[in-house]
Write a new protein. Sequence first.
Lengths: 294, 358
Amino acid sequence: MDLLVGQLFTGLSTGSILLLAALGLSLTFGQMGVINMAHGEFIMAGCYTAYVVQQVVGDAGASLLIALPIGFLVGGVMGLVLEALLIRRLYHRPLDTLLVTFGVGLILQQVARDVFGAPAVNVSVPEALRGGVDLLGVTVPKTRLFIMALAIVAVTAVTLVLRFTPAGRRIRAVVGNRDLAETAGISSRTVDAGTFFIGSGLAGVAGVALTLIGSTSPTTGQSYLVDAFLVVVAGGLGRIKGAVVAAVALGALQAVFETYSTASLAKVGVFIVIVVFLQLRPQGLFTLRTRSLA
Amino acid sequence: MFKFFGTRAGTWTGFAAAALVLFGLAPLVMTGFRLGLLAQFLCYAIVAVGIGLAWGRGGMLTLGQGVFFGMGAYLMAMHLKMADAEFRNGPGAVPDFMELAGIRELPAYWTPFSSAGFTIAAILILPTAFAVLLGLAVFKRRVKGAYFAILSQALAGAFAILLIGQQSLGGFNGLSRFRYFFGYNLDDPVNQQMLYFIVAGVLLVVVAVSLQLRRSRYGELLVAVRDAEERVRFLGYDAANVKVVAYAVAALFASIAGAVFVPIVGIISPASIGIVPSIMFILGVAIGGRASLVGPVVGALAVAWAQTALSEQFPSAWTYAQGLLFILVIALLPGGIASIASVAKRFQTKRTPVEAAA
């Protein structure tokens, strides 16, 4: 029983980390069909934001609260700039966008290396989040609970924005059918920029949160990126619901694999499961119903 | 001038010139050290020819060629390690790195690799078969575009992590320190030159195969699938099969390149086959011109040369340069260097000719 609860928790925890990293990606991928390889570097920027804020503020608890919105802004602005300078100019060339943004990611990594140095830096965890809580007989680190809560808040916020605000309606319209949305008077360019701002901002928030459970180095973002992409692929294009289910499922799967084998075999196992899964549902878990052939 | 190279005589002239440079000129003017470097670069060029076929002609952005490169390399390295151990301690001996890791018994999956024939067959068959299986699984279900790119990248990541975990394959350090290559001492400069000639020969063969594929009906079909997969399907072809062939050929090329890479460079480790090295293979192809035949070769050589020349002295500047190259070449010159002539022409005539989407 303890083992099961422990595993369940590890799965949920890994899943919520994946979800935080993948949520923004799912938004931008679904909206514009482009893959932003620099998304990982936006996460990394969020991590360093938390680091810098802590250097300035000092108190760990206050700096975490301040860093979350600032991380969102940092990620969001970087996303806006990237969208305006490059991605906007590469419409209908999704694979080229992938490679171009990889180049951007390389440059951002090197910037981080030149500014903060190659060795990893650490952000100290606030007093209130140290230690663990007993839940159903297992000790659960508070930092992990915080990240789970943050993931829930982020998903709820994004869902509410998409469903109930005018901006969210426009985003959904453009995702559904770009041309029709244009005809209805929606500027898809503005919507794209907005989506990119939100999606990249979420990466920044994810970065701030990730400093609680690991150290930060210039390659931090990269290590989360591939898993985050797999979540988006398995979940289905641009479906928040899909991203949530896929993230939790992949997290649980990885936890189970790791219990019965090694961490390295777990990665391979997850990959195989995804390829098999795509045999059953090539478009991912939840699909937007369209009449297009692609 | 470009028309000439499209003719049969032009093709032969091109190959003769390339052979003359590779086999005649390069060994004359280059020192042994430089020739070794060139041999290493030629390995990357072989991978690039395969990527040019799969990505440039077939539209499949494969971000995981490191997997196949690594397969070929590790298979060859296993044989070399076995041969060295047997040379020192007789049949059934354990390779030196295993002794250091405390592995006394030879793992069962190592045993067949004492046979040279088995190793070569494995290098040719295993990665190709794997690519066919994966290709069928992915393309038959019409998983394509960005989805395929991400899957291939995840594959590279998973493969590297898998190898790091295998102590009986050298783990993080990989396999290194080879003494003999099918009986030839690798320290001998003459044998090193022989390896260079082998790689150069392989490259010419690979380019010839790629050329033949491009000029055949299959090549036409591949480009058709790239540009309008649905139409090809409606015409009664199975687009998935067309893609699988190109993907498998690219995998085979990468595997062969990996196999010759090992005796030349003397080490193979997970660090040189993971996600980042796999994407770096793409950079050369993009710069040279993904859809052209010779472009990927030239691009791969140029990138490898620039990396060697710059990365030691200015590591930071080289990373910036790589990033900028990705951005500038792909955003502004998607056809690569090979398309400069046609781009220049377009500027002269002030007319936009109808071009197939690259």
